[in-house]
Design a protein around this ligand. Structure first.
Ligand code: GLV
Length: 325
């Protein structure tokens, strides 16, 4: 029987799927990832690895897995895995695209509304007993309806965010590696260079994967192009934005607010400047965190892993070049 290492407790039905076909070793703590040494030791005897975006699966870990044939990441993003190192050893790498698209777009919209309308700040204000009366200048935010939305990365999630924006009667710009004429036609969105998008948008939402090209894509120079009334939302990966530059821009009122589900380091240090700012709404990377979606992601990761171990082609393969019949 194949041996599988699973780096965190996942939905019962996904565990049962893997258990039916393989011998499992499971890291038991639901909230703390296994230390690197534990992963290193476990992969030595594993045929398959089911991991999370919190696990750095680097070349050394991959090389230690002498029998390793498949790595299945319970996430759509796979920047935590050294895919070329896996491909070089013919190890299949799978991810879980599609099933989390709508849930993550919902959360991006929650952050847009929370940051633009200052919802967490207003909630803290009321609970602190500071609310005296309805008042003309109290907690003024920015309008969403009728404004311009700039989407950076018009992939599955970016497009789902655009679909929701139609209900807010928004003008929608997008930046991507190349124009996407089909999406333009379907969604009524317009391609823009990144700098034009930043200058013109009232709300900017990031939906690009983390790659060498997108690391610190939004830094001091880019933030300086944005309107003082603009809102920036990031539900993609923390290092797409330079956190220090963002904190400076928010503190100095050079942009209005930010909504962040992701950070350069997760969790961020409690003294991280971003956490000290009232105009920065922060969440603990919960974009896909609904009961149904996390169950589907776990099941999909399990299915992909088992397919790879059984010699079938997994439906979502990050490195198809590593697959041979
Ligand atoms: C979450 O961030 C994911 O990549 O699935």
């Amino acid at each position: 029987m194949a041996k599988v290492y699973i780096t965190r407790p996942i939905a019962d039905e996904a565990l049962a799927l893997v258990r039916g076909a393989a011998q499992i070793s499971l890291w038991p703590n639901p909230d703390v990832p296994p230390p690197r040494d534990v992963i290193l030791a476990e992969v030595r005897s594993a045929d398959g690895l089911l991991c999370l975006l919190t696990d750095a699966i680097d070349a050394e870990i991959i090389a230690a897995g002498e029998n390793l044939r498949a790595i299945s990441n319970m996430a759509v993003g796979y920047d935590n895995i050294d895919v070329p190192a896996a491909t070089a050893r013919n190890i299949l790498v799978c991810n879980t695209p599609g099933v989390l698209t709508e849930t993550t777009a919902d959360l991006a919209w929650s952050l847009i509304a929370a940051a633009a309308r200052r919802i967490p700040e207003a909630d803290r204000y009321l609970r602190a007993g500071r609310w005296k009366s309805w008042s003309p200048q109290l907690m003024l935010g920015q309008d969403i309806c009728g404004s311009t939305l700039g989407i950076i990365g018009l992939g599955r999630i970016g497009q789902a965010v655009a679909r929701r924006a139609k209900g807010f009667n928004m003008r929608i710009l997008y930046a991507d590696l190349a124009p996407k004429p089909d999406a333009e036609e379907a969604l009524g969105v317009r391609f823009a260079e990144l700098h034009e998008l930043l200058r013109e948008s009232d709300i900017v939402s990031i939906h690009t994967p983390l790659t060498d090209r997108t690391h610190h894509l939004i830094g001091a120079r880019e933030l300086a192009l944005m309107k003082p009334s603009a809102v920036l939302v990031n539900t993609a990966r923390g290092t797409v934005v330079d956190g220090k530059a963002l904190a400076d821009a928010l503190r100095e009122g050079r942009i209005f607010a930010a909504g962040l589900d992701v950070f350069e380091s997760e969790p961020p240090a409690l003294d991280d400047p971003l956490l000290q700012l009232d105009n920065c709404v922060v969440l603990p990377h919960i974009g896909s965190a609904s009961v149904d979606t996390r169950t589907r992601m776990a099941t999909m990761a399990a299915d992909g892993l088992l397919a790879a171990l059984e010699g079938r082609r997994p439906p979502y393969l990050v490195n198809p070049e590593a697959f041979s019949l």
